[in-house]
Ligand binder design. Structure first.
Ligand SMILES: [Zn+2]
Length: 466
């Protein structure tokens, strides 16, 4: 998961303001002198603050309460807590199976056996390499996809063995996203051990290709192959504090400049691919982009040329462009391409006989998307945080697997898998399993609230007519 600060500044502000107030309630005894009435009104403000992040419809609350108070669900929540240590052990086993981008096969095969051992006997590896298991409902309900990603950012050869130092477990990829894989396994196991018959179908996926050049290929393939999916929960990373409801989009290109090239002295007077590239980068570097909706760009790498004494025949730079807004992203791409075409024309004109050209090769495409705060999935998630006793601090915008369904208009959220940790995408990534059961407990409640339980409530997820 690639976290970007929330653009929902006002909501965050409300939340921070009230947590400061709460602190003052605890620490400042003078506050008591203001009297019982003032205290009561402050407490009711606290409740309102919590609700103001995600306002809850009463019908949704009723449905959630019916499901979450079912004795089988209560037993499931207790079982998740009781089995926490075993799930953490499984998380550590998964961490030690390396899963570099485009090389997730070994971890996927192992996860497949974990799914099959827990009642998803027909689980399989799909054409893209995702491990997929389906738990059927009554047959006339909606379909919810739950996924955690198999891949890490770490290339082949990186040691992923776990080291315990001063109470923290260190290993590349230990949280992002083996924590999500463990949380999902806990849900699969708990459902398998319960008498719960859901109304809707649940597709569980340990998916490939979330990170970097993977370009969300696993989730893109699942939504291509399963048009019946009506909603999506991505479990990604650690620290359960926020619900990701927005997807930062990105477009990444290689700008490839080419020309005849020649001897730096003998052929002097030819246009240069590197000089053209330099002109283009100079133009792009001066772009102004909005801070709201946040829109960014950078030339991340450059390559090219043959030798110091050659006029360059080839030059390539890789450009990363991101935005929380679809139109701004499209506009930025248009400007960058126009700048490169202009730069090539200037370089060719400079030498009068220039023959440089430029091609644009798309190397990354993550669509911009959003799930409305009023969507039942976001409300169910907020209620689940409440039920498990976790303060929902923020609605966030990130680049995650949820970008894909969000852009298709399918409700989707990304939430963490529980526990504490940090250093994601670095060799010093760490994890502490304290209360990590809260992650799968929250996802378990969201899942059942969405797909419903036969004989109790049909659930909140709406079937789409596609
Ligand atoms: Zn992740």
């Amino acid at each position: 998961m690639n976290v970007v600060p929330s653009a929902l500044g006002a909501e965050v502000f409300v939340c921070e303001y009230f947590s400061k107030l709460e602190l003052s309630l605890k620490k400042n005894t003078i506050f008591l002198a203001l009297g019982f009435t003032a205290l009561l009104s402050s407490l009711s403000s606290l409740v309102l603050a919590q609700q103001s992040i995600v306002p809850i419809d009463s019908a949704i609350r009723d449905s959630f309460d019916a499901i979450s108070s079912d004795p089988r669900v209560t037993a499931g929540l207790l079982r998740i807590e009781a089995r926490e240590a075993e799930m953490v052990r499984e998380q550590f086993r998964l961490t030690e199976i390396p899963a570099p981008p485009f090389k997730e096969e070994v971890r996927a095969a192992y996860y497949l056996t974990l799914m099959q051992d827990r009642g998803l006997e027909d689980a399989y590896i799909d054409s893209e390499g995702n491990a997929i298991g389906i738990r059927l409902g009554s047959g006339d309900g909606p379909t919810l996809l739950i996924a955690a990603h198999l891949d890490t950012v770490f290339p082949e050869g990186v040691d992923t063995s776990i080291e315990l130092r001063r109470g923290r477990y260190y290993a590349p990829g230990i949280g992002d996203d083996t924590r999500g894989l463990a949380a999902m396994l806990s849900i699969i196991e708990t459902l398998n051990d319960s008498e719960i018959q859901t109304h809707g179908d649940i597709i569980f996926a340990a998916n490939v290709g979330e990170e970097g050049r993977g370009d969300l290929r696993g989730i893109k393939a699942i939504f291509r192959d399963h048009p019946e999916i009506d909603g999506f929960v991505s479990i990604d990373g650690v620290r359960l504090r926020r619900i990701t409801t927005g997807g930062t989009g990105s477009r990444r290109f290689e700008f490839r400049f080419s020309g005849p090239g020649g001897h730096s002295f003998g052929a002097f007077g030819l246009a240069s691919a590197i000089h053209a590239m330099g002109r283009a980068i100079s133009k792009i570097a001066d772009f102004e982009t909005p801070s709201f909706p946040k829109t960014t760009f950078t030339v991340g790498t450059v390559t090219g040329g043959t030798s110091v004494n050659s006029i360059a025949a080839n030059a390539v730079f890789a450009l990363d462009m991101r935005s929380n807004d679809r139109e701004q992203l499209a506009l930025l791409e248009e400007r960058a391409k126009a700048a490169a075409i202009e730069a090539v024309a200037e370089e060719n004109a400079r030498w009068d006989n220039g023959d440089i050209s430029v091609d644009f090769v798309l190397i990354g495409d993550r669509p911009v998307g959003r799930t409305a705060t009023k969507d039942s999935l976001v409300q169910a998630a907020a209620l689940a945080f409440d039920k498990v006793g976790i303060e929902l601090q923020q609605l966030g915008i990130s680049s995650t697997d949820s970008n894909v369904p969000m852009a298709l208009g399918i409700p989707a959220i990304t939430i963490a898998g529980g526990g504490n940790g940090g250093g994601a995408h670095s060799p010093d990534e760490w994890f502490v399993p304290t209360n990590s059961h809260e992650g799968p407990q929250t996802s378990f409640l969201i899942t059942l609230a969405m797909v419903g339980i036969q004989g109790v409530d049909t659930g909140l997820l709406e079937q789409h007519n596609r």
